[in-house]
Design a protein. Structure first.
Length: 428
């Protein structure tokens, strides 16, 4: 785990003072680095967040002040829920914050609770986060002055278990699956009452903006994308890990900060498994800003970048991910359950050279048919990934029809998927 500067003043921010040896920052250390929690009225806090231009870091990129206002306008708000699920298999930023810098996230949650009038904070963690759980328990034992109580909640396994309505369902005693919306959590959430649910990094950013203000926040980044953000850089780089960077940083600089690529960059997966493959030379010309990423058909999502070296096979790596995503359907919506399974099977067959290249058109058509047809965005994210793999690795689809694929497995991380086959089967 590392911190980078990019030539701008002011980095690191979120990761300032983080212990290089893996220890959790104590409350005293935290206060020495950042100072005490500021006293602001609810209105002031929402205004400063609005002026800062902060957007959610959980993947949907939603303006944070708009959500705070929507919840604050409601009566009988039940809670602020910290979404620390981090179900994206390659992502590590939320676990890093919760394990190493829990007071920053807790400060943000307490401030947000005051802003929306919530009587408690609930931290919803992913199931495989014992270190984060221990760090939070230790941190909470020292925070007897917090104006509202905080409870910790271990979430369920599965990619969609981190989706906000799935989190709310689980907190309410139901299964960890998304529900059809509306109502959204800000209308009816935990205990059937209005709830603010915010990603862990978003809350850590709130803790800093509340202290140092919107102008300070905007000293980094671009006008449209102010501030710094955490990115998890994985794959064929020398030093994979979580990095803090300013928006607007060239992608090439980011990869260099992660030790550089171990071999020439074939492609970069931007935005995790709901993300988009971008061809290597194009990726190296991009900056980490919404506008630049949009021009290449992608978005930062939950901040995951995965580098694919030229010796790997993008198609076979994608097979693992597509199978994983298909296995993660929550089983509620027909187009998602059956559509993603069929798409995954055909994608595998194409990658193996076992289906004719003409079947690619069918895959594209099926992808269009499942888009927007689920209660949550799971099918949309999965088909975005499939479409970009078909485009960026188009030559490989044709080549696998003719010859055996001898590429070295790069092993993109997938969670506990129900993988039904060996994705390294030889191409026909
Ligand atoms: C399938 C799926 C999985 C998600 N998993 C997470 C997650 O693990 N953590 C998270 O913060 N947001 C996750 N999200 C996004 C949340 O639904 C929600 O947008 C986010 O927690 C809101 O916080 P923010 O506004 O601070 O970004 C997921 C969304 C989808 C569609
Ligand atoms: S779209 Fe898929 S993952 Fe989302 S709720 Fe429906 S079945 Fe579950």
């Amino acid at each position: 785990m590392s911190i980078i500067g990019t030539g701008h003043a002011g980095l690191p921010r979120l990761l300032a003072g983080m212990n290089a040896h893996g220890a959790t920052m104590t409350l005293t250390e935290h206060q020495q680095v950042h100072g005490p929690i500021p006293i602001r009225t609810a209105g002031e806090l929402i205004e400063v967040i609005e002026r800062s231009g902060l957007r959610g870091r959980g993947g949907a990129d939603f303006p944070t002040a708009r959500k705070l206002r929507a919840v604050a306008a409601r009566r009988r708000v039940s809670a602020v829920v910290v979404n620390g699920s981090e179900t994206e298999p390659a992502s590590g930023k939320d676990r890093l914050l919760l394990t190493r810098l829990p007071h920053l996230v807790l400060d943000g949650a307490v401030l947000a609770a005051a802003a929306v009038g919530a009587p408690e904070v609930i931290v919803h963690l992913g199931p495989g986060s014992p270190r984060a759980l221990a760090a939070l328990e230790g941190a909470l034992a020292l925070r007897s002055d917090d104006p509202v109580p905080t409870r910790l909640f271990a979430g369920a396994e599965g990619y969609v278990a981190g989706e906000e309505s799935a989190v709310i369902n689980y907190l309410n005693g139901g299964p960890p699956v998304p529900s059809f919306v509306p109502p959204l959590p800000f209308e009816r959430g935990f205990r059937g009452r209005p709830t603010l649910i915010q990603n862990a990094e978003t809350l850590a950013q709130i803790a800093l903006v509340a202290r140092f203000g919107d102008r300070w926040f905007r000293e980094l980044g671009t006008t449209a994308d102010p501030g710094s953000t955490l990115v998890t850089i994985a794959g064929a780089v020398a030093a994979p890990g979580v990095y803090e960077t300013a928006f607007g940083t060239p992608v090439g600089d980011l990869l260099a900060a992660a030790g550089g690529t171990r071999e020439p960059l074939q492609a970069l997966l931007v935005g995790g498994y709901f993300g988009t493959w971008v061809e290597g030379s194009l990726a190296l010309r991009l900056r980490l800003s919404r506008e630049d990423l949009r021009s290449a058909g992608c978005s930062l999502g939950s901040g995951v970048l995965i580098a694919l070296g030229e010796s790997a096979c993008g198609l076979h790596e994608s097979v693992r991910v597509v199978e994983y995503l298909a296995s993660q359907s929550a089983g509620q919506c027909g187009p998602c359950v059956h559509g993603l399974r069929a798409i995954s099977d055909l994608f595998c067959a194409l990658a193996d050279g076992a289906a004719h290249v003409r079947e690619r058109d069918r895959l594209v058509r099926w992808s269009e048919e499942v888009r927007g047809r689920g209660a949550c965005h799971h099918p949309d994210g999965a088909v975005r990934f499939v479409r970009s793999a078909l485009e960026v690795f188009a030559d490989d689809v044709e080549r696998h029809q003719r010859e055996r694929c001898d590429a070295v497995p790069a092993g993109l991380p997938v969670g506990r998927a129900r993988l039904g086959r060996d994705p390294r089967r030889r191409a026909a």
